[in-house]
Design a binder for this molecule. Sequence first.
Ligand SMILES: *Cc1c(COP(=O)(O)O)cnc(C)c1O
Length: 430
Amino acid sequence: MTDGPTYGFDTLQIHAGAKPDPATGARQTPIYQTTAYVFRDADHAAALFNLQEVGFIYSRLTNPTVAVLQERIATLEGGVGAVCCSSGHAAQIMALFPLMGPGKNIIASTRLYGGTVTQFSQTIKRFGWSCKFVDFDDVEAVKAAVDDDTRAIFGEAIANPGGYIMDVRSIADVADAAGVPLIIDNTTATPYLCRPIEHGATLVVHSTTKYLTGNGTVTGGCIVDSGKFDWSANDKFPSLSQPEPAYHGLKFHETFGPLAFTFHGIAIGLRDLGMTMNPQAAHYTLMGTETLSLRMERHVENATKIAKWLEADARVDYVTYAGLESSPYFERVKTVCPKGAGGLFTFAVKGGYDSCVKLVNALEIFSHVANLGDTRSLIIHSASTTHRQLSAEQQVAAGAGANVVRVSIGTEDANDLIADLDQALTKATS
Ligand SMILES: *Cc1c(COP(=O)(O)O)cnc(C)c1O
């Protein structure tokens, strides 16, 4: 179901990429639990290894269950292709890998998932890569940060830990002018709320661990390519535009056109970095995508109701949810995420660090976990956990100060969640 008429999102999230199993007629996508695939003959094997024919060789590179998920996420995002991998963090490395080289840099938003800040500020240095963090509301500062060695710009549509909405279009314009791709981490928005490619993004990365799977069962990641970037327009991306020594001199852009990035991600990225998604994980995530829009609608409805209740409560200092009129992003969210501001936000508790810790301990329905995008409501005190590695200034810049807790609102009964917050706030602030 790939070249039919333009189906709606609710149809595509169930059917895109999938068809009844050709061998058995199985309606649900089977879990192809196999490492390797028998070649028809020696010529078939040679054609597959030469990338002259697309097919299955070995599950580090491709697997039929994973392939269905790749096509489904690519379709939901409006991209031409996607590569799934073992986690969201793997997806970020896989997205940067064909673009970067020693001495090259990326420009990233100051408002990012804590783990991404650590990956970009520390770990990528081991590859000789570096990152400049810039406030993405200051478009002039983003422009000024671009230099000859910049190879990508990276931000989150709805930034973790919540409340910030990125003006994707204005940063896409900077990336276009600089001749580099804009990469959007769309984990917290999902393609149901935001489609970054429509706002000018070149690549979209996901932690499928979160809303796409939706029930906290498996880790996974995905890189979606818009197919719109001209990798040969300048000499910045030799892995894609020039003969690639890691694939006997193949020129990916010349050979695969708009699918160059996707083919490179499989033929070089998965082959040599090995950050492969397993078919079981793909199965769970396929199950999740089938109900994505239904869950996101409820996440947004519950988050809006609870954010309003918290904002009116005297024990709370402020709430950062872009669905609230008090938010500086209330107007922006209507363009970037027309179906709502997501299920993630932070609020500041009167009494600071100690009250936050007490609140987290006193909640009964909310689980205290380092995760988001589950059907269950989750809470975390970022400053003492996910954002612990950051300096106090970085914590504040990331919206994760000591007096702030982050909630990922689930799909339970909103009144039950409010009652739980009410009793726990009493214990936390009395
Ligand atoms: C969780 C998360 C990641 C990292 O994904 P993993 O699957 O945990 O590796 C990256 N970005 C955002 C916004 C996330 O929420």
